[in-house]
Each structure stands twice: as C-alpha cells, then as structure tokens.
Design a binder for this molecule. Structure first.
Ligand SMILES: Cc1cc2nc3c(=O)[nH]c(=O)nc-3n(C[C@H](O)[C@H](O)[C@H](O)COP(=O)(O)OP(=O)(O)OC[C@H]3O[C@@H](n4cnc5c(N)ncnc54)[C@H](O)[C@@H]3O)c2cc1C
Length: 391
C-alpha cells in the first residue's frame, strides 16, 4: 500500500531530523559510546517517543505503518537512536497501552510520551536469552506489605538497552504462581534497583547495554501488568511487536549502506573511470536494492499484523499470523542489513575498512539486528513452528 499524504509528511519530518540531527553526530556517538545529551528531548519534542501512545494519553497514536516509516528514517540517521526508540515504543509503550489497567496507563503513558520516562525491556538474563521461559528473576508476594498484594523482586537482568536512562523498565519475573511469569512495571527510582556492568559492544555502541540488578525491590500490586501468570504471553507479544520494529530499523541501516555505496561508487575512479561503470559494482548495487525493497515489503506486511493486533483482531498463529510475519520480517531485514552493509564495505575498498568512513559502523550495527529480540536461528525455529503447527 502506498503511504498517505500524512504518512509522507511525517516520514519527511523524521528524515530531516535524522539527516540534520542524527547522522552528523553518529560517528562521534559511536566513538564516545554515548548518545548526545539532548537526543531524547528532541525526540520527545517531535512526538517520536509517543508514537505508540494513544492520543488520549498524550501521544501521537500513530498507526503501525507510520511508526515503522519513522523508525526506518531514524535508523538511517543513527541505529542506536532507533533501537532506543524501538524498545521504548514497542515492547514497553505498546504493551502497556494494550494490557495496562486504566490507572497504569494514566500514570505512565503521558510520561513515556513526553520523554519524562524512557522505557526499557528487561527480559534476558545471563543464562537466558533465547529461551525467556527459563528466567530466574523472582517475584514473591509481600504478605507483610500494606495491602497484602505487593511484590518483592530479586534477580539480575542482562543486556538491558538504555538501562540507566530508563525511568520505567518492564521486568519479567517468575512469580509464585505455578510455572508463572509476571510482567512488572518497575520504576527505576525505587530502592534496590541498580544499573551496572555497562557492556562494550561491537555495534550499537551509543545505546547503552547494561545489567539491571533488582535486590528486594518492593512494588505495589499496581506494578503487575495483567494477571500474575500472563508474563509469558506478554513476553511473546512484546517480542513479536519488537521484532517488527527491529525489521524497520534494519531497513534503515540497509538504505544508509546503499546510499553511501552509490555515492562512493560514482565518486571513486579506478582504471580511468568511475567504479560505478564496472559491471561488478553495478551488480552489487542492484542486489543491494533488491534486498532493501524485499526487506521493506516484508516489514510492512508484518506491520499490518501488528496493526490488526492493536485493533483487537488478526491471527497470531499460523504461517500468516503476527508471530510468523514478525519473525520473517526480522529475519529477512536483519540478514539484508548485514549483507548490504558488507557489500557497501566492499565497494568502499580499503576505505570501507577504515573507521573514518561510515560503512564499517553500519556493518557492526547490522550484525546486532541478527541477534537481539531473538537470534535468527530462533527466528527460523519460530517460522518453522508456525508452518508446521497444524500438521
Ligand atoms: C546490543 C544488544 C542489546 C540487547 N538489548 C536487550 C534488551 O533491551 N532487553 C533484553 O531483555 N535483552 C536484550 N538483549 C539480549 C538479546 O535479546 C539476547 O542476547 C538474544 O536473545 C540471544 O540470547 P543469548 O545471548 O542468551 O544467546 P543464546 O540463546 O545462548 O544463543 C546462543 C546461540 O545458540 C543459538 N540457539 C539458541 N537456542 C536455539 C534454538 N532453539 N535453536 C537453534 N539455535 C539456537 C542462538 O541462535 C545462538 O547462535 C540485547 C542483546 C544485545 C547484543
């Protein structure tokens, strides 16, 4: 489906922001392993932290297609910024908007939309990434608590993107319920919440990846999202939605790599002519464009399934359900990003291998998209499971 005039306008706003405010600083942020201090303020001013927050809660309430167009543009400017926005908007804000009580929504959504609280996701643990159902973080009922419905959280989460900037973290923890996992809305200012162990990553270096320690963290019953044993379902939904966001982000990286490659190929001369005149380079550019187009189409196809979920319908399972479409999009787009960024480095020749040029960073960033929110081996497993579900 072609974008509407309104979607094109929003996309153009995101593109201008990415080109003017993100791309020029991207290499410096990567080297410093930190985003510019005012990035979140600027994102909030543009409304880009409230894209998935309904208008009645202070957000822009974008449809999924518009949200994905913006993420793609942000990633084209800087992938670390896009990752932070994707996690804030997907597994945190969307999940809360979809499953939160009216009180939870009223408390958190306006703050998330305004950037007063940035959202983070704490699912993975040291021994638990690919298999979230085996998490160790515990939530026990605090019988001595005032209303008898409070909880005490204990455990350590790993690889939490944006942990120290976050005001709200969605923490998945094992509850007392039989085999139950709960999803908790944890205010990071609470006693017992600490961030440590900032990782030095290969790509996405400007988006902090750190540990989140929870020691006797007391939260009220109002911190529990839905029933105490629904965390597993919410984790799957959060991952489905997040994977579509990562697919859009990957398309943004892919486009950036292709654009840099085209520019360089037309400027660089060897053997007395521009390298863009060589068939070998033209073949690479054509294959890169093919991957961009394919990845984008699959991302928006998955976006339609997310939109159906937001509207309260659409199949979740089976080959055409949200879970399979999200996994297909994430798999295709992340592999496209790595492949295209690799080809861009090749087109740049020796310069491509240098930190002074932008394409080696794109390759480092692209690799991350094959790993987080479920590795691509897990994506293939998910897709096969949905294909074989009724056999
Ligand atoms: C930069 C970055 C940011 C991240 N941000 C977050 C975040 O904000 N919040 C969060 O909760 N987590 C985050 N993560 C964690 C990420 O989601 C996990 O690292 C990822 O899911 C993989 O888990 P793992 O590292 O435990 O790998 P493992 O699950 O141990 O996998 C190791 C290898 O085994 C393969 N494998 C595992 N299971 C299977 C299987 N069933 N079939 C076939 N192969 C399999 C994997 O594909 C991989 O090749 C982040 C990770 C990174 C690198």
């Amino acid at each position: 489906m072609s974008p509407t005039a309104e979607q094109l306008e929003i996309q153009s706003l995101a593109r201008d922001f990415a080109e003017g405010e993100l791309r020029p600083h991207s290499a410096d942020w990567d080297a410093a392993q930190a985003l510019g201090e005012d990035v979140f303020d600027s994102l909030a001013e543009l409304g880009f932290l409230g894209m998935t927050v309904p208008e009645e809660h202070g957000g822009l309430g974008f449809d999924t297609a518009t949200y994905l167009l913006v993420l793609e543009e942000l990633a084209r400017g800087d992938a670390s910024v896009a990752l932070s926005v994707a996690i804030h908007s997907g597994p945190v804000t969307s999940l809360l908007a979809h499953h939160g009580s009216e009180a939870q929504k009223a408390r958190w959504l306006p703050r998330l939309a305004a950037g007063d609280a940035v959202g983070a996701l704490a699912l993975s643990e040291t021994d638990t990434g690919g298999d979230p159902s085996s998490i160790d973080t515990r939530a026990r009922r605090d019988e001595a608590g005032q209303d008898g419905g409070s909880w005490i959280l204990d455990g350590e989460k790993r690889w939490v993107t944006g942990a120290s900037q976050a005001g709200l973290v969605v923490v998945f923890a094992r509850t007392d319920e039989e085999d139950g996992i709960g999803a908790f809305l944890v205010d990071t200012s609470l006693d017992g919440v600490t961030v440590s162990g900032r990782e030095t990553t290969m790509g996405f270096r400007a988006s902090e990846t750190a540990r989140l320690r929870l020691e006797d963290v007391r939260v009220g019953s109002d911190a529990l999202l839905g029933p105490a044993d629904h965390g597993r379902t919410y984790a799957h939904e959060a991952l489905d939605v997040a994977r579509v966001g990562i697919a859009a982000l990957s398309v943004g990286i892919t486009r950036a790599a292709l654009e840099h490659a085209i520019r360089y190929a037309t400027e660089r001369e060897q053997f007395g002519r521009s390298i863009a005149r060589f068939g070998a380079i033209q073949g690479k550019l054509a294959d890169m464009q093919q991957r961009v187009s394919g990845a984008r189409a699959l991302t928006h196809r998955a976006g339609e399934a997310v939109q159906a979920l937001v509207n309260g319908g659409g199949p979740r399972t089976g080959p055409d359900g949200l879970t399979a479409r999200a996994a297909v999009a994430k798999l295709a787009a992340s592999e496209a990003a790595s492949w295209v960024a690799d080809e861009a480095v090749q087109i740049f020749g020796g310069y491509g291998y240098m930190r002074d040029y932008p394409v080696e960073k794109l390759l480092r960033d692209a690799k991350g998209t094959e790993i987080f929110e479920g590795t691509n081996e897990v994506m293939r497993r998910v897709i096969a499971r949905e294909l074989l579900r009724d056999t």
